[in-house]
Design a protein around this ligand. Structure first.
Ligand code: NAD
Length: 298
């Protein structure tokens, strides 16, 4: 199975990054969205990504110019997918929207196309039947800031063809990702299966008055050698996302999550302290205390 032509569906936060990264590694890319507006925004985004690649990856002007020239833009679903070896879906995290998308895609895409979802929380088995080709469907999950946080979690469902799985592992490597194969379907993939309970435990120590965020982070950092602790991570992920994860649990009457939601709402959300993006969360930015030389000395 040779991948040459890649169609990325959804020109939002992740879709634009996936399109740029894929084209940077010399694949032909079509970026598809349902209207012109996100595609126009994507063009501007590619200009700023060019600067980021030049600064962070030492890319040359010629490389970024060629990257942009290999990307074409389309609002015509059939035209955009008609010669795709691989179609990467990065449309909103909404099961209804994704189901509708896959039913349509299954009908128009060529038989050779492999479909991948970039969904963060929805499982491939939820859409496998809708695709009409479950054996050629799996998840390829990227992280935000793909050029720098270059993980690609690859996860099939029960009837994904192992050869298709291997093809996507190779594709991920070919676009500069660290390919992380997952052998069974798992909500949260590897990263969030580790991270969500870790943050939950840290929050429990805090909201139950066992200790304070700086001490908890300090304990983790000093004892494990990690460069950052759970509350530093919360600031990077963004307090809104941490809030949303807890809110979902709180809505199912999870008492711990309800306590966390209340604390985050009152101390952070209501005060506009949303973490790194607003310059303040558990720490103040751009120079958070946990990065200072004496944080671990006292
Ligand atoms: P986004 O809201 O920024 O972009 C979604 C885009 O999809 C929009 O441009 C929208 O116009 C377009 N769209 C809507 N319906 C469509 C359709 N039927 N066909 C084609 N395009 C359509 O979303 P995002 O943050 O880029 O997230 C996209 C997916 O990637 C989600 O499944 C999300 O879970 C996943 N993801 C996001 C992040 C992140 O940090 N944002 C990280 C990893 C994975």
């Amino acid at each position: 199975m040779k991948i040459k032509n890649v169609t990325v569906c959804g020109a939002g936060v992740l879709g634009t990054q996936i399109a740029f990264q894929t084209s940077f590694h010399k694949f032909n890319v079509i970026l598809y969205d349902i209207s012109e507006e996100p595609l126009e925004k994507a063009k501007a985004k590619f200009k700023s990504l060019s600067e980021v690649y030049k600064t962070n990856l030492h890319a040359t002007q010629q490389q970024v110019d060629q990257t942009i020239s290999r990307i074409t833009f389309s609002t015509d679903f059939k035209e955009a997918t008609k010669d795709a070896d691989l179609i990467i879906e990065a449309i909103p995290e909404n099961a209804k929207i994704k189901k509708k998308f896959y039913v349509q895609l299954g009908k128009i895409a060529p038989v050779k196309s492999i479909f991948c979802t970039n969904s963060s929380t929805l499982l491939p088995s939820m859409f496998a039947q809708e695709t009409g080709r479950p054996e050629r469907f799996l998840a390829l999950h990227f992280a935000n800031n793909i050029w720098k946080l270059n993980t690609a979690e690859i996860m099939g469902h029960k009837t994904t063809d192992p050869k298709v799985f291997d093809t996507i592992v190779e594709f991920a490597k070919a676009i500069g990702m660290i390919a992380l194969p997952i052998y069974k379907e798992q909500p949260g993939y590897i990263l969030n299966s580790l991270l969500v309970p870790f943050i939950r435990s840290a929050m429990a120590l805090y909201v139950n008055d066992i200790s304070d965020p700086a001490t908890i982070d300090k304990t983790w950092m000093k004892a494990s050698g990690a460069p950052i602790g759970p509350f530093g991570i919360c600031d990077i992920v963004g307090i809104t996302t941490i809030y949303n994860i807890n809110k979902m649990a709180a809505d199912t009457k999870d008492a711990h999550a309800q306590k966390v939601v209340k604390m985050l709402q009152e101390n952070f959300i209501d005060k506009g302290k949303l973490g790194v993006p607003t310059g303040e969360g558990f720490y103040s930015y751009p120079n958070p205390a946990y990065e200072s030389a004496d944080f671990l000395k006292q």
